[in-house]
Design a protein around this ligand. Structure first.
Ligand SMILES: [Zn+2]
Length: 171
């Protein structure tokens, strides 16, 4: 359980990824049952400023070749999942805000994950969130968050990657 975060000084707030408790619980259950394979997909939600990603849903995008340490999102499958979702929702604020996948072992985002996030930021030229759900040895799930963003609006080829605090929301 984590309470609401409180800023106790004047530094810039740490980047945050706030996830619907219901959607996170569903994705965690899927991640646990997919072990020893990885599972993943796209994050649906919106941004509150540049520092807070609000995740309303974690869509799964099947990858038939998913292995122990490998999840490769297929662009066309992801696009279909996204379009189906957007047609089924009345929430016009919600859209693609990033990616997620599971690690069937207690491992945080890897160097490969950071590299993949950097290349997505370069492509879309806007902030992108990454959530990694690490499955621990006792079958629990620990969420990790990263936020990548273009370093400067005029230098979109450069990306900054920061660790984000993952919070859950009751909605
Ligand atoms: Zn990974």
């Amino acid at each position: 359980m984590r309470g609401p975060s409180v800023n106790t000084d004047d530094r810039a707030p740490a980047p945050q990824i706030r996830i619907s408790r219901r959607a996170l619980a569903q994705a965690e259950a899927r991640a646990v049952s997919a072990t020893p394979h990885e599972l993943g997909g796209v994050l649906i939600g919106w941004w509150e400023g540049d520092d807070v990603a609000v995740v309303d849903d974690l869509l799964s995008v099947p990858d038939p070749r998913a292995g122990h340490t490998h999840y490769e999102r297929h662009h066309s499958a992801a696009q279909r999942a996204l379009e189906d979702y957007l047609q089924s929702t009345s929430d016009l604020n919600a859209g693609y805000i990033g990616e997620w996948h599971s690690h069937p072992a207690p491992q945080p985002p890897s160097a490969i994950d950071r590299g993949a996030l950097t290349s997505i930021v370069r492509q879309v030229r806007q902030p992108v969130a990454l959530v990694v759900l690490s499955v621990t040895e006792d079958g629990k799930v620990r969420p990790h968050g990263l936020i990548g963003r273009p370093r400067w609006p005029r230098r979109p080829r450069r990306a900054t990657i920061e660790i984000a605090l993952v919070e859950t929301m009751s909605q």
